[in-house]
Ligand binder design. Structure first.
Ligand code: BGC
Length: 748
């Protein structure tokens, strides 16, 4: 055999293949709508291993939105595929130009950013948005966020965060939609649709990143980043549905979480990353790790060193590595040693390139610098933010119609550390939001009442105990004086924005600092008073619930918080939000959520040996789904379309809703079911439908829901999704704790 001849013909073949793929790539790249998979393959065929690993790398820019000078050379050499936090049309264009004009293969960068509740126009925190129970409105909010991100060159939003959270100690409860998988799934879908629309390559759209995959919200003790451990039933029924809804809405990317789940870190978990995500759900986008979560596999103790960590994450299905650089450092050696296949790398690159092509980045890599400024904070964006904020407010108490307040009031005491605070209004993940854009409650009230009305503002105390305590008595006295001097008192208390969000778990859910003392002192002044809560999680506010005549839960309302709260306080908007999460009476009740099981010994006050506490009730302070209105609604006439259906049948549930009060208003009608006897214990109630309805005074409307197998089934002992014959109860109500009831049978 002539080895020399074989060698030269081999070289010839290789040269031909390279030339052919270059020609093919050039042809495909110039045909924008050409088949994406073919374009990906053609490009992949031209990439060196180094360039491939570059596509798997994401690095952090500077907090102010600039790119890091040391990343420029990596981009030029094709060794960096993505950044996070780099933003602004001119900054992203500068770096993009280097990728697209100076790198060998001209692969555009994808710029990611945490657009959690708005980019520049900041919306209420996601937990608040969920309290609107209005997916269409939440979709509009995400669409505004997408348009502003797009204008700033950010084509990839690290949102929605869809982690179910049943432990309000966990600070990141603020970023999600609360405790319920059904509400969570609808909010997930709305946000993905808002960001991406039908086609995320469209102008003004961005690709979404659903996170954190998965079960991050079940952190033990509510301590951030902590271990989670749960049955597969619970994982599938409670924690997965919002992710599945995101998939069904076409979400382009996933982010793998920090936590370990049943002993396997989420960023190296083949069961969740490959079996469920790729196998069962057929996901074709890519997975990015969380911030250094690949390196953290060493801390988790499932990787002994960096190389093992890289291998574990890559083989499990984490395609892009955020910030740590273990893939770039170790993948080549792992391949040489036979510990990693080239095919694994190629597949990860393929998934990332596919999203870059789908986004249209190859065809339109740059942001339009001329349009950036006019998009930000446009009048219509700001109006949407105000609408979303007022629709997210929940009226928790309103004794003797304390609210709404009269606009022609002579004097108002506006008291509290959050009453005139711009910084905290915009919440914990405020994108590119600026405090100076935010409307405080004081500004909102000033704009609402006639100039003649006197507003006696007093801070009263700081939010946290760590504040300036030297003049604590003086601050308190000033507040009491303001209360005495006024006809009515508005007291704005709660948390600072940084008390929720990432790495912001709290062991106590009481009002921090001296705020309760302030509330008591103000109450003692004897004037009618309204508590305006601003916070990122449920708080234990028993004293306030017992003593304040009126309470508004306003969360962190975003750029337009002050105007939106004033709209509600003075009755221009009738509050219709509902709690997306249970408010406990005591931290010791946690986890507390409406969809719990019955147990073998359900609580019975007359029997000690039942499931309860010696020193606290088992009931929450405010249940899931709870919220009042300035008008009164009556639900009647619950009717089922059949008394029995087959497992694959459908059942229609109707009820009449009537506004029997004097004002127009919104009610959220909620449908819950209970599967009474099943082969696996079932929750006492499960939300399966809701609708936010606006009715004029005296108006009546019939509300209709349809139940089918997707609502009636569950995961059995063999992890099959089944609908079992037997009795089902149906509840239609205004919150999770009360309502009309009926029942039907599922028959074989
Ligand atoms: C958070 C993610 C976020 C990422 C990038 C992480 O610390 O867990 O939610 O998207 O940082 O900022």
């Amino acid at each position: 055999m002539n080895l020399k001849a074989t060698g030269s013909s081999l070289r010839l073949v290789l040269v031909c293949i390279c030339l052919w793929s270059a020609v093919l790539y050039a042809a495909l790249a110039s045909a924008p709508q050409a088949d994406i998979d073919a374009r990906v393959e053609a490009l992949l065929a031209r990439m060196t291993l180094e360039e491939k690993l570059g596509q798997l790398q994401q690095l952090d820019g500077e907090a102010n939105g600039n790119y890091r000078p040391e990343h420029v050379d990596l981009v030029r050499r094709g060794l960096l595929g993505s950044t996070l936090n780099v933003r602004g049309a001119s900054k992203t264009n500068e770096l993009q130009r280097i990728a697209v004009e100076q790198s060998r293969l001209k692969i555009p960068l994808i710029f990611g950013f945490d657009v959690i509740h708005g980019y520049r126009t900041i919306f209420p925190v996601p937990l608040a948005e969920a309290a609107s129970w209005d997916p269409a409105l939440v979709e509009r909010a995400a669409a505004v966020a997408a348009a502003e991100s797009y204008a700033a060159g950010v084509r990839w939003a690290f949102a929605p965060m869809v982690d179910i959270a049943r432990d309000p100690r966990w600070g990141r409860i603020v970023e999600g939609a609360g405790e319920d998988p059904y509400l969570g799934a609808l909010m997930a879908r709305a946000r993905v649709r808002g960001f991406q629309g039908d086609d995320y390559s469209a102008p003004g759209k961005v690709v979404a990143c659903v996170k954190h995959w998965v079960a991050y919200g079940a952190a033990e003790g509510g301590r951030d980043y902590n271990t989670t451990d749960m049955s597969e039933n619970r994982l599938r029924e409670i924690y997965l549905p919002p992710f599945k809804a995101a998939i069904d809405a076409g979400v382009g990317t996933f982010m793998s979480a920090f936590n370990d789940l049943n002993g396997i870190p989420a960023s190296a978990n083949p069961f969740t990353l490959t079996k469920i995500l790729r196998g069962e759900w057929k996901f074709t986008g890519f997975v990015v790790s969380d911030y250094e979560s690949v390196r953290e596999l060493i801390n988790h103790g499932i990787a002994g060193n960096e190389s093992e960590a890289a291998r574990a994450a890559l083989t499990a299905g984490v395609d892009m590595e955020m910030v740590s650089r273990l893939y770039a450092k170790h993948a080549a050696a792992l391949i040489r040693e036979g510990k990693l296949t080239q095919a694994t790398i190629d597949e990860a690159v393929r998934r990332i390139l596919r999203v870059k092509f789908r986004l249209g980045l190859f065809d339109h890599p740059y942001a339009d610098e001329a349009r950036e400024q006019t998009t930000m904070l446009s009048a219509s964006n700001v109006q949407t933010a105000r609408d979303v904020a007022s629709h997210s407010i929940v009226l928790l108490k309103n004794e003797r119609n304390t609210l709404p307040l009269q606009k022609d009031v002579r004097s108002i005491a506006l008291i509290g550390p959050l009453a005139d605070d711009q910084e905290n209004m915009i919440g914990s993940w405020s994108g590119d939001g600026r405090r100076e854009d935010a409307v405080t409650l004081l500004a909102g009230i000033r704009a609402k009442v006639p100039p003649a009305a006197r507003i006696n503002y007093a801070k009263g105390c700081t939010v946290s105990a760590a504040g300036d305590e030297t003049n604590a008595e003086a601050l308190l006295n000033e507040a009491v004086r303001a209360a005495r001097d006024s006809d009515v008192v508005i007291l704005a208390v709660g948390e600072s924005a940084d008390m929720s969000g990432e790495a912001a778990s709290r062991a106590s859910l009481d009002l921090p600092g001296r705020q309760l003392e302030l509330a008591k002192a103000v109450a003692a002044a004897g004037k009618p008073f309204v508590v305006v809560l601003m916070n990122g999680r449920p708080l234990t506010i028993n004293w306030i619930a017992d003593n304040a005549p009126a309470i508004l839960e306003t969360w962190f309302g975003g750029t337009q918080a002050g105007n939106a709260i004033a709209d509600v306080l003075f009755g221009d908007v009738n509050p219709g939000g509902k709690l997306p999460v249970t408010f406990p009476r005591h931290v010791g009740q946690i986890p507390i959520y409406y969809g719990h099981k019955n147990t073998g010994r359900p609580p019975d006050p007359k029997n000690k040996y039942t499931s309860k506490y010696l020193d606290a009730p088992v009931t929450p302070l405010f249940p899931f789904g709870y919220g009042l209105s300035y008008t009164t609604f009556r639900l009647t006439n619950l009717t089922l379309s059949a008394l029995s259906i087959k497992p694959d049948g459908r059942l229609t549930v109707t009820a009449d809703l009537e506004n029997i009060g004097a004002r127009p208003g919104d009610e959220v009608v909620q449908l819950y079911i209970r599967d009474v006897v099943a082969s696996v214990t079932r929750p006492l109630k499960e939300l399966k439908g809701f609708e936010r309805i606006t009715l004029r005074s005296g108006e009546k409307r019939s509300v209709q829901f349809t139940l089918s197998s997707e609502h009636l089934g569950f995961y059995d002992r063999a992890m099959r999704f089944v609908v079992e014959p037997g009795e089902f109860q149906v509840f239609v109500g205004q919150n999770s704790a009360e309502g009309l009831q009926a029942s039907f049978q599922i028959v074989k």
